[in-house]
Write a protein that binds this ligand. Structure first.
Ligand code: S3P
Length: 173
């Protein structure tokens, strides 16, 4: 990477991407892009409705297109959707267009955080622990190959995580 432009947060649903991106955006005075929120605004539909009406494949296509376009810009903090790494072009953008942090959170903590979440269509299943473990096992290779740094988040506060990211970002700039 020649010069660092953006900060990308990747990781499973419930790993804290949106909350940490908000803190980073304030502390670094950089624009925030929470891709799920932006896609919801553009489509005038919730992620649940998009999945219901068009299916996961169509959502992935919207996510890829939106993300690739936005990632060409500079000085943005991105909270990505948990599945952004499923697409090869998006993985390439994560590696080349900024500094990418993988928020690595254990299944137990993820489960605790999103157990009652109603806006995560992939999670609307009775065996939530199994769903999460399967998704994580399928994706871990992509999370690892798409990031520059991994942060193990279980024992850290949101502010601690944000501080670690800011330190690494400043060291690399
Ligand atoms: C998804 C994660 C969600 C959202 C969609 C699919 C996934 O985003 O993009 O429900 O495949 O992991 P969050 O990671 O922000 O929950």
């Amino acid at each position: 990477m020649e010069n660092i432009k953006n900060i990308f947060l990747i990781g499973m649903m419930g790993s804290g991407k949106s909350s940490i991106a908000k803190i980073l955006s304030k502390k670094l005075d950089m624009q925030l892009c929470d891709t799920d929120n932006e896609i919801e605004t553009l489509c005038e539909m919730s992620i649940n409705e998009i999945f219901d009406r068009y299916g996961e494949e169509k959502f992935r296509e919207m996510e890829r297109r939106y993300f690739i376009e936005m990632a060409k810009q500079d000085n943005i903090i991105f909270a990505t959707g948990g599945g952004v790494i499923l697409n090869q072009d998006s993985r390439q953008a994560l590696v080349k267009n900024g500094l990418t942090f993988f928020l690595d959170t254990s299944i137990d903590v993820l489960l605790h955080r999103i157990n009652n979440s109603s806006n995560r269509p992939l999670f609307a299943n009775y065996n939530k622990s199994k769903v999460l473990s399967n998704l994580f096992n399928d994706r871990i290779k992509y999370y690892k190959s798409s990031c520059h740094f991994t942060i193990h988040t279980d024992l850290l506060s949101l502010n601690d995580i944000a501080s670690q990211i800011i330190n690494k970002y400043k060291n690399e700039s």
